[in-house]
Design a protein around this ligand. Structure first.
Ligand SMILES: *[C@@H]1O[C@H](CO)[C@@H](O)[C@H](O)[C@H]1NC(C)=O
Ligand SMILES: *[C@@H]1O[C@H](CO)[C@@H](O)[C@H](O)[C@H]1NC(C)=O
Ligand SMILES: *[C@@H]1O[C@H](CO)[C@@H](O)[C@H](O)[C@H]1NC(C)=O
Ligand SMILES: *[C@@H]1O[C@H](CO)[C@@H](O)[C@H](O)[C@H]1NC(C)=O
Ligand SMILES: *[C@@H]1O[C@H](CO)[C@@H](O)[C@H](O)[C@H]1NC(C)=O
Ligand SMILES: *[C@@H]1O[C@H](CO)[C@@H](O)[C@H](O)[C@H]1NC(C)=O
Ligand SMILES: *[C@@H]1O[C@H](CO)[C@@H](O)[C@H](O)[C@H]1NC(C)=O
Ligand SMILES: *[C@@H]1O[C@H](CO)[C@@H](O)[C@H](O)[C@H]1NC(C)=O
Ligand SMILES: *[C@@H]1O[C@H](CO)[C@@H](O)[C@H](O)[C@H]1NC(C)=O
Length: 340
């Protein structure tokens, strides 16, 4: 009932305005003819007041939020052809984002370093990319270290930890289709698996070899597990061998390229056999604990040049294996002219 009454009233109003129409319309027309510019300015102001915050405040905030919410996953990372202050990096990263916006992020230079480090170790050029889930970002370039010591910290963290956190920071330009280009802060930390102290490292098939020209007298296989996605060229690696704090020799792995998964590599060593035989009797079952570690300055040598960053990382890691000296001697008995 009440709604019916309302309708009736409305009809009446329309009817009365209809009777005013000619004079009202001409008055309106005259009003606009005189004041059109004021309306235009008012309209522009309203549009600007509404649109500008959306485009220049809301959009950048949304875009920045999108960037902040996305994540990076390192799928593979190959470090090759190292020199004391540079190397080649070939890295595939995957963008993880749940956003419905897929802005284009233009190529930019980003600093890369360990999260929380005082300084980044290098600048990489991130190629143009579309910020959408599953997008692959390929960085394949020569990388000059801006801070060799910071990269030594990175390499040490990589060898020591189960996980490491790599920060990528830059200020790329970004554009969502149809909207202006803006600059955002790109501050992403990728979580990577590390080498976890090379846990599982072991030696196999260790036997005495005939004294060769290079002075080595033991050879065998080293098992080096690499749980990370990194492939690292360390060159010619030299490791110090000791038992109970006294040096017994040096081990060599030539052209070490550590790949993801289990690496089995030929190893040679120059060992003080008399010292070894001496220790043999001091440990139960002739199983001698052999400590293996790098030297600070030159345990990693590539093309004749010592790589301080990898050397430091190798020196930071103390490996210990249980070596059954009887077994070594037994498996070598066929080629034992020097000991007999
Ligand atoms: C870098 O890696 C990609 C795929 O992972 C490969 O196609 C490309 O050839 C590599 N580049 C170099 C220089 O090895
Ligand atoms: C990155 O830096 C290099 C060297 O400083 C420069 O040549 C290059 O134009 C920069 N790239 C971008 C996308 O800023
Ligand atoms: C990047 O983010 C990290 C925290 O995730 C913060 O510690 C760091 O200061 C930020 N870097 C810059 C340059 O804002
Ligand atoms: C060592 O030399 C002897 C002969 O001198 C040879 O029979 C043996 O196979 C050699 N062993 C190795 C491991 O080269
Ligand atoms: C290890 O060295 C210490 C002294 O540094 C010595 O007392 C101990 O007997 C040694 N152990 C063996 C098994 O040689
Ligand atoms: C590596 O070797 C260890 C022990 O030999 C084994 O337990 C592990 O499953 C191997 N890992 C891979 C990826 O093959
Ligand atoms: C490393 O340096 C030490 C002395 O600083 C030297 O005795 C040794 O031969 C060097 N090793 C390599 C592999 O260059
Ligand atoms: C390792 O040393 C050998 C000589 O013993 C050399 O021919 C080779 O080029 C070296 N490898 C690297 C990667 O430096
Ligand atoms: C060490 O090796 C010898 C000879 O191969 C073997 O008889 C002995 O059982 C081994 N000791 C241990 C503790 O495995």
């Amino acid at each position: 009932m009440a709604s019916e009454k309302g309708e009736v009233t409305e009809t009446g109003t329309v009817a009365s305005s209809n009777t005013m129409k000619p004079s009202f319309m001409s008055r309106v027309a005259a009003h606009f003819k005189k004041w059109w510019w004021a309306y235009l300015i008012a309209f522009i102001i309203v549009v600007l007041v509404v649109a500008l915050p959306v485009v220049y405040v809301g959009y950048p905030n949304i875009a920045q939020g999108n960037i902040d919410d996305s994540a990076l996953e390192v799928k593979s990372m190959v470090i090759s052809d190292p020199t004391p202050n540079s190397f080649h990096v070939n890295q595939t990263q995957i963008v993880k984002t749940k956003s419905i916006f897929h802005p284009t992020i233009y190529s930019f230079n980003a600093s890369v370093g360990l999260l929380g480090a005082a300084a980044p170790f290098a600048t990489v050029t991130i190629p143009q990319l579309k910020s959408r889930d599953g997008e692959e970002v390929l960085v394949d370039q020569r990388l000059d270290l801006t801070d060799v010591s910071a990269f030594g910290d990175f390499a040490t963290a990589a060898i020591q930890n189960e996980y490491l956190y790599v920060n990528v920071y830059g200020k790329p330009e970004l554009r969502q289709r149809g909207l202006p280009k803006i600059t955002v802060a790109y501050n992403k930390t990728a979580t990577m698996k590390g080498l976890n102290k090379l846990q599982g490292f072991n030696l196999f098939g260790i036997h005495l070899s005939n004294q060769t020209a290079d002075g080595t007298n033991i050879e065998g296989q080293a098992l080096i597990p690499n749980p990370s996605v990194m492939t690292i060229s360390m060159g010619n690696v030299t490791l110090d061998l000791s038992v109970n704090g006294s040096s017994i020799g040096t081990a060599y792995i030539k052209g070490l390229v550590l790949k993801p998964g289990n690496n089995t590599l030929p190893m040679t060593a120059q060992v003080d056999l008399l010292a070894m035989l001496n220790f043999m009797g001091k440990y139960p079952g002739t199983v001698v604990p052999v400590d293996i570690t790098g030297s600070q300055t030159n345990s990693s040598v590539y093309d004749g040049q010592a790589l301080s960053y990898f050397s430091r990382a190798l020196a930071s890691n103390k490996l210990r294996i249980a070596l059954n000296v009887s077994q070594v001697v037994d498996s070598s008995s066929s080629s034992l002219p020097t000991l007999a």
